[in-house]
Ligand binder design. Sequence first.
Ligand code: ZN
Length: 470
Amino acid sequence: MEKQGKEFSRRRFISQASKIGGASAVLGVSGAMGLFMDGSGEYVEAKKPDKEKPQKSPKKGDTFMLLNVRLESGYEYENGYIVATRSVIRNLEITKGTISKILDLKESYRKDLDCYDAKGLLLLPGFKDMHIHLDKTFYGGPWRGAVRRKNIFDIIEAEKTLLLELLPTAQERAEKLIELIAGFGSTYVRSHCNVDPTVGLRNLEELQKALANYSDKISHEIVAFPQHGLLLSESESLMREAMKLGATHVGGLDPTLVDGNMEKSLQTMVQIAVDSNAGIDIHLHEGGETGIKSVNRLADLTEEAGLQGKVTISHAFSLASLSESQAHEMASRLASLGISIASTIPIGKNTMPIPILQQRNVNVMLGNDSIMDPWSSLGIGDTLEKVHLAAGLYGWSYEEQLSQALSLATGGITPLNKEGKQVWPKVGDEASVVLVPASCSAEAVARLPKRAAVLHKGVLSSGELSYKKK
Ligand SMILES: [Zn+2]
């Protein structure tokens, strides 16, 4: 999968990465990159054994057969309770990125096409990582922990140096991170991207190059993110430039805590979105009263500006402070305005009322957020693992709870609806899928199986498929 002509830049990247890592490089081991350290302390790339030569795999625009795919077909009930999930094996024809036929094993299929054998692996919808920072990660270089801080301003200050250190390798790191999340089954990503006076629009440019190189393997959205404060760092004009350069969403950050002027901060963000005809995705870490005030005010402005269905609040920790009845009331308002919540499933004091949000039909999306960056070190890049965490946190352990929980990772899609009727895949659906060694969605959420193969619009983006000769 290594692209030709990248070797030079990779070497530059590696030597740069060692420099950035400083002393920590000595301790660094980067298995994901296939790197090891030689006797001189330099990172070198491990030689790949010949047997790892890539087999034939589906490419962009191909029409091919995916044989022996396991599809969920219904629930089994006992004493009125769902106790198990049934499945069937089918052959799929995929035409230029779309599922064009779903065939019973007895039905004939086009043997003149390339055929790949899924060998009974379960087919799941591709995952969507809806909150990550691809542009400023330490990942891809030596291990490095998050910045020690007393408050948010300490990291903003530290970023003013770190971002410039990371910039020369930002594209390569973003590409490594894309490979990581694709390997876990993500076929869609919404990445936030710093837009601030330190890096200007350069992180955006590097991120866009990375995403363009991987456009066959993952779909994306980009949030222009004024990490150093929209007002605090006077980034409005940079933000407007970022939207012209192709960012899809206007970001924001804690309008009271960081910008010190909730009304002006929110108004400015919304105005940029209206002027750019774009959506919004704001980082709202503020807890308690000021956080709730911001959510309410943003809801008002969403309504006034006609941005229904185009606004996401990331984190929204303040919702964790609401009573049950307040949470229901808030959830109803968010749902009525089509305001989505993007969450990392925080564990600890901020237990988000996600079950209530879902009950009220708020679109809840998950993200891995920080994968080894100045803010946090704990993301592993697996959106399915986030669903697993949610299941643990909210006590979902029954078959239908685990089965339906998959929707958090897939933008709402589950193979079976709540009544156990098969609703995915259908002919005409995008062939962005994950194949896993599991019997059903519930097992996949509970057991987190290996992702054997990942297809993005019919293109193999990760793992491998067994090619059957014509
Ligand atoms: Zn974030």
